[in-house]
Design a protein around this ligand. Structure first.
Ligand code: SF4
Ligand code: FE
Length: 482
């Protein structure tokens, strides 16, 4: 396993082509806007070296029997699935941000079982190729960006019917030694902090879309791949040099547009090429795993937000008010409900044909459906308790100013025992999670990440077995009519 420092050094060796605010970034690792997101991924390496977190952060490879980072692991039991969620909660608590590495873990687990079943049915040899890639990933302790979401253009049209063929990643050429792909993947979590990418199709496809039914791996800095970094609310505060106004100085997350401009992929790294009838399976499984993931990471960030809100109440002198106590209880209730869903869909997991474990899909979709709502309510209650000062208070520079600093100090103090600076720090942290850079992960991603709410409702309809429920009601009511 790599140490945290080795991870950082390994990123420096990559030759990534990244655009940020219209400029090519020289060293992403050292860029002040990008670096906090790198620190979050780095934490997945750091905690894996810490004996107190060994059980959650590491696992035993089913391929080599060696100790590996859990983010490189194929879940071998329902217990592994439960530990995954617990690990994500832990990392959410430690970073209060998106630590990005889950997309690769969810992708390898989905690609493993899908390629196995595809080979069984079609006689292809994708699973053996994929296993070689996985072995390398485990040995090198790579961060892999599981890349699913295409830009999608006109949502009313299938991939092959789009005016611009690149709106979904597709095969432009098949050669004796491999394929050439073009297109893009949008909203790519952690792309700039990844060693490799693992591409999957984004929707189930029909025969006419066969060129779009493609899955492969590639080095993140392969020839023809480049990135455009996603803008986040309040991101340029990171350029101001202070450490209060950013809310979370050390950690963050990121998304980027990942563009493939005629990228060559050797056959050994191709895991689906034209088998359109299996694209739906791959999408459903990846999405299922990632919907489970949110029952861990969002809960960990929620823990920090609830803690910050309780501190804001303490610093305001309002902690004893019964409605404040009750709102904090509600926040915890909502947060633990999300966790309960993450644990439940894991505990009810089952073995796939390839041997790894998959979550209960119905419960994972219920988990994510709750995630589209509860973090918003938790954020609303946090803002309620924090008060308007969270969005109207002066900057850190005002606080540090030789003259007006005293005024800020005087008028923005809450309880006498707590400094104005500490009160500002906690309010800025709440602002960061609910409205700032971390709100990308805590709010809008809770809505749309791993599929928008309607996608879960479709899965709930499919998995919910309504006919069985009708039969139960008929039996109790004494109805024999079919
Ligand atoms: Fe992991 Fe959560 Fe970020 Fe997805 S949103 S990559 S599950 S931390
Ligand atoms: Fe996500």
């Amino acid at each position: 396993m790599k140490t945290a420092q080795q991870y950082e050094e390994s990123l420096r060796k990559l030759n990534l082509k990244v655009y940020l605010q219209g400029e090519l970034v020289k060293s992403p690792v050292d860029n002040p806007i990008i670096r906090p997101s790198m620190n979050s991924v780095k934490m997945t390496y750091e905690l894996a070296q810490d004996p107190q977190y060994e059980e959650l952060m590491t696992a035993t490879s089913h391929l080599t029997g060696k100790k590996i980072n859990r983010f490189c692991h194929l879940h071998q039991s329902a217990d592994d699935l439960v530990k995954k969620v617990k690990m994500q909660r832990l990392l959410g608590q430690k970073t209060a941000a998106c630590f990005q590495r889950c997309v690769g873990m969810d992708a390898i687990n989905a690609v493993d079982s899908t390629t196995f079943e595809m080979d069984q049915k079609l006689g292809t040899d994708y699973h053996a190729r994929f296993t070689k890639f996985l072995l390398k990933m485990q040995e090198e302790d790579w961060t892999v960006d599981g890349a699913m979401t295409d830009p999608k253009g006109d949502r009313g049209l299938s991939p092959s019917k789009q005016v611009d063929p690149d709106l979904f990643v597709h095969v432009v050429e098949k050669r004796a030694d491999g394929i050439v792909v073009s297109g893009a993947k949008a909203h790519q979590t952690g792309a700039i902090n990844s060693h490799w990418i693992l591409v999957m199709p984004t929707i189930s496809m029909a025969k006419e879309d066969a060129d779009y039914a493609v899955s492969f791996s590639a080095p993140a800095d392969a020839e023809g791949i480049f990135y455009i970094y996603g803008r986040q609310s309040c991101d340029t505060r990171k350029l101001e040099g202070g450490d209060i106004d950013v809310g979370n100085k050390q950690f963050g997350g990121h998304e980027a547009l990942m563009v493939f401009d005629n990228v060559f992929i050797p056959w050994e790294n191709v895991f689906m090429c034209g088998e359109y009838e299996f694209s739906g399976m791959l999408v459903e499984r990846f999405a299922g795993y990632h919907r489970q993931s949110y029952g861990g990471c969002k809960v960990g960030v929620g823990d920090v937000l609830i803690g910050a809100t309780a501190l804001a109440a303490d610093y305001n002198g309002a902690a004893k008010a019964s409605h404040v106590k009750d709102k904090l209880i509600e926040m915890m209730h909502l947060n633990e409900t999300l966790y309960a869903c993450g644990i439940a869909c894991s505990a009810e997991g089952h073995k796939t044909a390839s041997g790894n474990y998959i979550i209960d899909l119905l419960l994972a979709n219920v988990c994510k459906q709750n995630v589209t709502r509860f973090p918003y309510e938790i954020a609303r209650l946090a803002e309620d308790i924090a008060g308007g000062l969270m969005v109207t208070m002066p900057s850190e520079k005002d606080l540090r100013h030789p003259e007006i600093g005293k005024v800020v100090e005087k008028y923005f103090r809450g309880v006498a025992a707590v400094s104005t600076e500490n009160r500002m720090r906690i309010l800025r942290l709440i602002e960061n999670i609910t409205l700032g850079t971390a709100a990308v992960g805590y709010r809008t991603e809770s809505m749309h990440g791993a599929g928008s709410p309607q996608a879960q409702r479709i899965m709930i309809a499919r998995q919910g077995n309504l006919e069985n429920k009708k039969a139960l009601a008929k039996a109790i009511a004494g109805i024999e009519q079919k």
